[in-house]
Design a protein around this ligand. Structure first.
Ligand SMILES: Nc1ncnc2c1ncn2[C@@H]1O[C@H](COP(=O)(O)OP(=O)(O)OP(=O)(O)O)[C@@H](O)[C@H]1O
Length: 762
């Protein structure tokens, strides 16, 4: 029998096994489901509820607990069977994609290892190995010859004798390649040549060696991945999540969190893990976190609003704003905040009056005196004691408030139910017929207690600290900051102070102030930590300031961190001076940190990469994957009317071939203008920072929102010198152009941007 026929015969046997197991599991899941429904339906039948005596009560509790346990076991077995079934159904489409023949040292026959998205057993035999199994790493890491892999027991050495890739559809081997020499280029060519759809897909069939290092990295607290646009950072991160869930069986997907750039990106990547039979990790944007913590006090500006402001402000205003953003994101300001918080131990804390029914019952001055009466303990601990003291004061106030006339009035308004409850409570407590006087006193207590409840909550939440005032103090007198800061303030400092104070007084918090503000608050209140998270991923990490990383580290003290980014795409002002992540090494120390650099880019065709890499200073380091396509072209037009006519006709052309076409603009303001002029195009959509889903078709989108995602064809709306004349926009421009997978076309109204001296014109 020829090799191909042998392989097909084996595949047939595997397909039969999968089908058999699916049948069995279908029966099992139906059975399990029935069990769950049954237990739910008859939950109370088997529990005798009796609370007459303590023993009866105990018996009831035990009965309830047993039923709840039975339900939970059945539910989890059902869930498990269902998950297995979904994976098998997926394997029915593509059971495996690779094979290696590995001769282990000390043995004489090479073992054939078939690799797929999950393990498939037939009795004792492993028909398919999970791509995350230790031995599968040989497939990704080696060409023929000596090879080794890590197991929990140690290193296994041997010889890789054969390496194949398969393309299987509907139970038939459509193609098989001997990939002994090149790692998966045929499959990769096919995958990368396809048009996009609504979601990103898994890459397990063609993970590259350097990506595999990221996926399986297992040392130290921090892994930093620096990679060119389209080098597979996000892909590697997501397969890494799947790998961690496989390796650490006790870890669940809700113990992993991904910080992502925006909601549209969340939607775009949401399919990768389910395709691999795993549940999605938690996903959040940093802004969502800030909103969650601070939005009750402020209207918080988002990163994109900040960006929009910088992109559209007048030169002078932009200058001040830029200086403010850069300074507030710096390590120097971070140290200043720490020094400032230390100084608050002995002076400078501001408090608010504690007010009850419009009158101060404890004044800010009294609180301050109490707070500074003992300066021996640290701030958070001292605050705990202060809260205790305040509560005692409130207890006192509560007592004498009970006799006030307003209480009488409110007693009249109590519902019958309330009155009955108070009465019943008194009867039970006193054991005799309660007197009217006692009853009235109890009602008064209830009224005052209720009224005081929000105030007590307010105190417990430490809202009596004037956080806004304390933060504002840093900016009220421009020279004050010098006592907590080393070195000089930025030359725009007076203006920065004015801007910050104005915003705070309007109840607004600029994006660049939000993290320092929260950090200061945490230093004073004590850090809120999340111990359940075991792994934090930060994608598009170049958009985070050192400040934010410090913050994340403190927020998730038991987590390891994987940080992925590309400084050529650092579009936010605060990152504009940085070129790499080396400063992040300080976060956990160099012995806990590893940096992996990816230079090969997979997203775009070779001509597109050759074009885009000339836009950035160190672009020659970026290596293109060999995939052919049209060369990017720059079209000059005389005015906007001509621009819109040309783009409209280009879009109609591109539609015939591509699924996703993005017209990328510099800002939201420019996107709106472009959309207004092109809205006659069928199905065209405008993407804004509120957009939550990534859709196929023709879209108009600001460059900063297109981060992390990709399109079959990209049109740069107006790459003119007027729009992209400022050197600081180079990275934004690069980010926009690198979103293209197969086709890139640039338009310019008049003189093109100086970034484009190398562009071919038509
Ligand atoms: N090994 C691979 N096999 C198949 N496709 C791959 C591989 N690596 C990357 N890709 C594809 O390349 C494209 C870019 O990948 P991804 O978005 O992960 O890159 P990135 O480094 O996060 O890019 P950016 O920084 O520009 O957002 C995706 O379509 C991804 O599926």
């Amino acid at each position: 029998m020829k090799e191909r026929e042998q392989e097909q015969a084996r595949l047939d046997r595997v397909m039969e096994t999968i089908t058999e197991q699916i049948h069995m599991l279908e029966k099992e899941t139906i059975q399990r489901r029935k069990e769950v429904i049954d237990i739910r339906k008859h939950f109370w039948d088997d529990v005798k509820v009796n609370t007459d005596t303590f023993d009866d009560y105990l018996e009831t509790i035990i009965g309830l607990r047993q039923q709840a346990q039975a339900l939970s076991v059945s539910q989890s077995t059902h869930r498990h069977a269902f998950k297995k079934l979904s994976t098998l159904r997926r394997m029915q489409e593509v059971p495996y994609f690779g094979r290696i023949d590995f001769l282990e040292e000390g043995t004489s026959v090479a073992e054939q290892i078939y690799i797929g998205i999950s393990t498939l057993m037939d009795g004792e035999n492993i028909l398919i190995y999970d791509w995350r199994a230790p031995i599968s790493s040989v497939y990704y890491d080696y060409l023929l010859g000596p090879a080794e892999y890590m197991t929990p027991e140690g290193i296994v050495r041997g010889l890789l004798e054969k390496k194949w890739q398969y393309m299987i559809r509907g139970g038939v081997i459509e193609a098989m390649f001997d990939t002994s020499l090149t790692i998966g280029d045929e499959i990769l060519q096919q995958v990368l040549g396809k048009n996009t759809d609504n979601y990103m897909h898994n890459i397990v069939a063609s993970i590259q060696q350097e990506q595999n290092r990221i996926i399986r990295h297992d040392r130290g607290k921090l892994l930093i991945v620096q990679g060119a646009a389209g080098s597979g950072k996000t892909s590697a991160a997501l397969q890494r999540v799947a790998y961690l869930l496989y390796k650490y069986r006790n870890m669940t997907s809700d113990q992993i969190i991904l910080f992502s750039p925006n909601s549209m990106f969340n939607h775009y990547v949401s399919n990768v893990l389910p395709e691999l039979g795993e549940e999605n990790m938690q996903q959040v944007t940093f802004q969502e976190y800030l909103n969650h913590r601070l939005s009750s006090e402020f209207q918080i500006e988002g990163p994109y609003e900040q960006m929009e402001d910088v992109l559209t402000a007048s030169d002078d205003a932009a200058e001040i704003r830029n200086a403010s953003i850069r300074f507030k994101a710096s390590a120097r300001f971070f140290e200043t905040i720490k020094a400032y918080s230390r100084s608050l131990q002995s002076a400078g804390m501001l408090f608010k009056d504690v007010v009850f029914r419009g009158k101060p019952i404890i004044t800010a001055k009294q609180i301050e005196e109490k707070f500074y009466s003992d300066t021996s303990t640290r701030l958070p601990h001292r605050l705990e004691k202060l809260v205790e003291w305040l509560m005692k004061q409130v207890d006192e106030v509560e007592k004498w408030e009970r006799t006030k006339p307003w209480v009488r009035e409110e007693m009249e308004l109590l519902s019958n139910e309330d009155c009955q409850k108070v009465y019943a409570h008194l009867q039970k407590k006193r054991g005799f017929e309660a007197s009217f006087h006692a009853y009235e006193k109890a009602l008064a207590r209830l009224v005052v207690q209720r009224k005081m409840k929000p105030l007590r909550q307010w105190i417990r939440a430490l809202r009596f600290i004037d956080m806004k005032g304390i933060y504002k103090q840093l900016f009220v007198h421009p020279m004050l900051i010098k006592q907590w800061m080393e070195g000089e303030v930025p030359k725009e400092w007076d203006d920065i102070c004015r801007l910050t104070v104005n915003m705070l007084e309007e109840g607004k918090l600029c994006y660049e102030d939000a993290t320092p503000y929260l950090f200061l608050q945490e230093l004073i209140h004590g850090f809120q930590t999340n111990l359940s998270i075991k792994h934090v991923f930060v994608d598009e990490a170049q958009d985070y300031s050192p400040f934010q990383f410090e913050f994340l580290k403190r927020l998730f003290p038991s987590a390891r961190m994987t940080v992925l980014g590309d400084f050529n795409q650092a579009i936010f002002v605060h990152a504009s001076d940085m070129v790499d992540f080396h400063t992040l090494t300080n976060l956990y120390g160099s012995d806990q940190t590893e940096i992996i650099t990816l230079t090969r880019s997979y997203r775009s065709t070779k001509p597109i990469i050759e074009f885009t890499r000339r836009l950035v200073p160190d672009g020659e380091r970026i290596i293109a994957f060999e995939r052919d396509g049209e060369r990017p072209v720059l079209t000059l037009v005389g005015n906007h009317a001509e621009l819109h006519r040309s783009i409209a006709s280009k879009v109609e052309d591109l539609r015939k071939q591509y699924h996703t076409i993005a017209i990328i603009c510099k800002s939201a303001a420019e996107s709106t203008l472009a959309y207004e002029s092109l809205r006659h195009l069928e199905g065209i959509k405008l993407m804004t920072s509120e957009s939550t889903s990534y859709e196929q078709g023709v879209i108009v989108i600001p460059a900063y929102l297109a981060k992390g995602i990709e399109f079959d064809a990209v049109i740069i709306y107006n790459a003119s010198a007027q729009v992209y004349g400022d050197e600081r926009l180079r990275r934004l421009f690069y980010t926009a152009c690198t979103r293209a997978m197969h086709y890139l076309h640039l338009y310019s109204v008049g003189e093109p941007s100086p970034f484009l001296h190398h562009a071919e014109r038509n």
